[in-house]
Design a protein around this ligand. Structure first.
Ligand SMILES: [Zn+2]
Length: 102
């Protein structure tokens, strides 16, 4: 397989990338990627914590031209965050969110 961060080839059972050091727990599920530094940050209604990494983020455009990201806290509790365009596009570019297909 290839490193999700630097795209260099790494062993299938590797837990970290030998090229860039990226931690790989399970590349198939974003919620299990160890590095959440690039994740969108959101407020969790359930725990009341701010700036929590937003897992499984899906970005939609709102009627007034803004962006909203819906996802969860990694444990299945729903979270959402309002984004400006730059943040939304950056998150998609970083691979930590997907654009909703209308
Ligand atoms: Zn790498």
């Amino acid at each position: 397989m290839n490193c999700p961060n630097c795209k260099n080839p790494i062993q299938d059972n590797a837990t970290s990338c030998e090229w860039c050091g990226f931690l790989i727990l399970n590349v198939s599920f974003p919620s299990q990627v160890a590095d959440t530094s690039k994740f969108i940050k959101a407020y969790c209604l359930k725990t009341g914590k701010k700036n929590m990494p937003l897992y499984n983020a899906i970005i939609s455009k709102t009627k007034n031209g803004g962006y909203i990201a819906n996802g969860d806290d990694g444990a299945g509790n729903p979270m959402a965050a309002m984004l400006n365009e730059n943040t939304a596009l950056k998150a998609i570019e970083d691979g930590v969110a997907k654009m909703h297909n209308n």
